[in-house]
Design a protein around this ligand. Structure first.
Ligand code: NAP
Length: 318
């Protein structure tokens, strides 16, 4: 199939859904391609309390509202895994596992994937006590002692959420202070089930053949080693941007996040990047939807200008 669209949005998190809403509402022929269910990271987040207008809303519920809102304006959402995006003349080619599409503009909203610790036992016990999603897996560890690795918003917030299930949560951080927002830290510190282990690195995840039984730890100040008995290890140490599917030459920062200008333009005409895949200070839902609005409007203007003066044909694949 070689179907053509005005705008293709890749990624169905809040940014993608918002861009889709604006684009479909502007009567542009738009499709959003998402390999899993729409909603992105917030589908795995128990509660959202910092999205304006919603003092407290479940992540999956907010995601569903965004999806329904975008569909109401005619956004089509297809479940497909995008493998490659490149320019061909003044069109963009978007390849998925099943199809090849063409579009005048592409908005990349692919977010990121969780970082791995890269320690022995992590891969072996994935799904057997090692997890990267508290909302998905927390309930499997009711009454157990749980280790949470990391010191950012995700680790401290999700660690506190896991107190709903675990008998004790050990928050293990490599330094002596968290980088998480103060309000998130305060909530963790005031929860009697949370115990923080500072200046400590996880060295190995151990267990019997099919379940985690502990994590080997090293105190980076004293060098002391110990094995902490736990039934699960949740890892929240940031994520890597999913920017590798772009074949055109674009600017990325040293961590692989795409550098854009304030119109979300990547430097490749008609290609925009928004939300967590974009190099920026904050990675919040509010940032993603702001980026999305800008990119959708910029894409509309770009497509309008193409009708007057077609962009010069040149293939920049490779
Ligand atoms: P993050 O802010 O990048 O924090 C990653 C944490 O993992 C840091 O504390 C870091 O330690 C630690 N770390 C990194 N590599 C490590 C390693 N190899 N071994 C041990 N520890 C390691 O990532 P995040 O918490 O996933 O958050 C990502 C983005 O999403 C952030 O912008 C965050 O604000 C946003 N977010 C927001 C919310 C919210 O507002 N409610 C919730 C979740 C996420 P150091 O501190 O020593 O570098």
């Amino acid at each position: 199939m070689n179907e053509s669209f005005d705008v293709i949005i890749v990624g169905g998190g809040p940014g993608g859904l918002c861009a889709g809403m604006y684009s479909a509402r502007a009567n542009l022929k738009t499709v959003l391609l998402e390999k899993l269910i729409p909603g992105g990271e917030i589908v795995n987040t128990a509660w959202v309390e910092d999205y304006p207008g919603f003092e407290l809303i479940g992540g999956p519920e907010l995601a569903k509202k965004m999806e329904d809102h975008a569909r109401k304006f005619g956004l089509e959402i297809r479940t497909e895994n995008v493998t490659e995006i490149y320019s061909d003349g003044n069109e963009k080619v978007v390849k998925t596992d099943e199809n090849t599409y063409r579009a005048k503009a592409v908005i990349l909203a692919t977010g990121g994937s969780p970082n791995k610790l890269g320690i022995p036992g992590e891969l072996e016990y994935a799904g057997k006590g090692v997890s990267y999603c508290a909302l998905c897996d927390g309930a499997f560890f009711k009454g157990e002692v749980i280790a949470v690795i990391g010191g950012g918003d995700a680790a401290v917030e999700e660690g506190t959420f896991l107190t709903k299930f675990g008998s004790k949560i050990h928050l293990i951080h490599r330094r002596d202070s968290f980088r998480a927002q103060k309000i998130i830290q305060d909530r963790a510190f005031s929860n009697p089930k949370v115990e923080v282990i500072w200046n400590t690195l996880a060295q190995e995840i151990v267990g019997n053949s099919n379940k985690v039984s502990g994590v080997k730890l090293k105190n980076v100040q004293t060098g002391e080693m110990k094995t902490l008995p736990v039934g699960a290890v949740f890892i929240f140490i940031g994520f890597v941007p999913n920017s590798h599917i772009i074949r055109d030459k674009i600017n990325k920062d040293k961590l692989g996040y795409i550098i854009t200008n304030d119109r979300m333009e990547t430097g490749v005409p008609g290609l925009y990047a928004i939300g967590d895949v974009r190099s920026q200070l904050c990675k919040q839902v509010t940032n993603a939807v702001g980026d999305a609005t800008t990119a959708a409007v910029a894409a509309q203007k770009y497509i309008d200008a193409l009708k007057i003066e077609p962009a010069p044909a040149s293939s920049s694949k490779g």
